[in-house]
Write a protein of this length. Structure first.
Length: 209
């Protein structure tokens, strides 16, 4: 095995590892300072999907547990809407509640428990020009609200489309600092083996000289 081959393996491992660091969008709801805050972060895979433009307003809500929507961040006329069917859990939250303020990237979903019988019922939103794997970071705040007043029941709710998902966590306390994502152990093992192989090859080459 040559050094060039081993280096190619390392780059491949790093590529797989880096793509695994960002998987799905996670939204944390929690109470802080007399308000309810929702923070959305992560990334999405939009490969093979064609967006349309939309100016969907930020809100959270359900309609008799049939229609649902959870959209956060700064709303612009150029945000991208992707129409995709979702595999969903039971919707949660109030009938409809716009936030008091929002900031950051547009990110969120809307859908229909009945299976999207009206065109564009199931969709998600990201900033215009979004590319797969780019980090997303958006938030919204409901001033003077509580989890109870917004009918946000603590728990985890996952909404999945073909290539990615949105994970909503309703937390009883603010989240701790976001941990740095780590490579899976098998990737670390492959990387360490490749680095060791380069060292061994170089040592043998020096020994011949």
């Amino acid at each position: 095995m040559t050094v060039d081959v081993v280096r190619a393996v390392i780059f491949a491992v790093l590529g797989v590892g880096s793509s695994s660091l960002f998987a799905a969008v996670t939204v944390n709801f929690y109470e802080q300072g007399g308000d309810v805050v929702a923070e959305a972060s992560g990334s999405l895979n939009v490969g093979g999907l064609t967006p349309t433009q939309s100016a969907q307003a930020a809100f959270i809500g359900t309609d008799s547990l049939t229609y649902f929507g959870y959209v956060f961040g700064t709303i612009t006329a150029t945000q991208a809407q992707y129409d995709v069917p979702f595999t969903i859990e039971q919707p949660f939250g109030p009938l409809s509640e716009p936030p008091s303020s929002s900031s950051g990237d547009t990110v969120g979903i809307v859908g229909n428990l009945a299976g999207g019988q009206i065109p564009n019922d199931d969709a998600f939103y990201v900033p215009g020009g979004y590319v797969s794997g780019a980090p997303l970071d958006g938030s919204s705040t409901w001033a003077g609200a509580t989890l109870a007043s917004l009918n946000l029941v603590p728990g985890t709710y996952t909404f999945t489309y073909a290539t990615d998902s949105f994970i909503f966590n309703v937390l009883t306390s603010p989240p701790a600092g976001t941990p740095v994502p780590l490579m899976p152990l098998w990737l670390l093992f492959l990387l360490a083996t490749a680095v060791a192989s380069i060292g061994a090859i170089q040592a043998r080459a020096k020994g011949r000289n």
